[in-house]
Design a protein around this ligand. Structure first.
Ligand code: PHB
Length: 165
């Protein structure tokens, strides 16, 4: 599908702000504070959305850096990093961290199925907060979600060609 080189945006050195504190234009807040599936939203702007996982696997608590403060302590964390394409163009880079306690078979075996397909079909999905961030000209958002009360952290960075801009 893609022969293009995919560049992972800077997601580590970002400062995250509560969405209330960051002054957002109407159009930006409409994207960044989207409460429903971002995949479904992107589908309105292209023929086909596809998800290409870059990494899926377990990591230790030590290796998750400042994201650790947003999640309860656990033995291991499941990391999923993907690029979302609108047709053939990379639009979003996303990283999900799931404490082992939150994990289930569906999350472990998503592969190229967009995370939102699972999350937004889950009847016990809640959101604690959305934070926003601007770094290197790229907007990002970070959501702590809960599945039946168990948290996971989802970071999404909107790449230059994404319809948010
Ligand atoms: C994912 O499949 O991991 C995924 C897809 C779309 C997003 C975020 C994460 O906006």
């Amino acid at each position: 599908m893609t022969s293009q080189r995919l560049t992972v945006p800077n997601w580590k050195d970002r400062d995250w702000y509560s969405s209330q504190k960051h002054t957002l234009t109407h159009s930006l807040s409409d994207w960044l504070l989207e409460e429903n599936s971002m995949t479904r939203r992107c589908e309105q702007y292209c023929q086909k959305v596809t998800v290409q996982p870059q990494f899926e696997g377990y990591v230790s608590a030590e290796s998750i850096g400042n994201e650790r403060a947003e999640l309860p302590e656990d033995q291991r964390y499941w990391i999923r990093e993907i690029f979302l394409f609108g047709d053939t163009i990379p639009w979003i880079w996303a990283r999900t961290i799931v404490p082992e306690r939150t994990l289930n078979e569906q999350l472990l075996t998503l592969g190229d199925v967009p995370l939102g397909r699972y999350l937004f079909s889950h009847c016990a999905l809640t959101r604690d907060y959305i934070q926003v961030s601007l770094c290197d000209g790229l907007w990002g958002r970070r959501s702590r979600l809960r599945l039946s009360g168990n948290p996971l952290l989802l970071t999404e960075i909107f790449l230059p060609a994404s319809p948010l801009y």
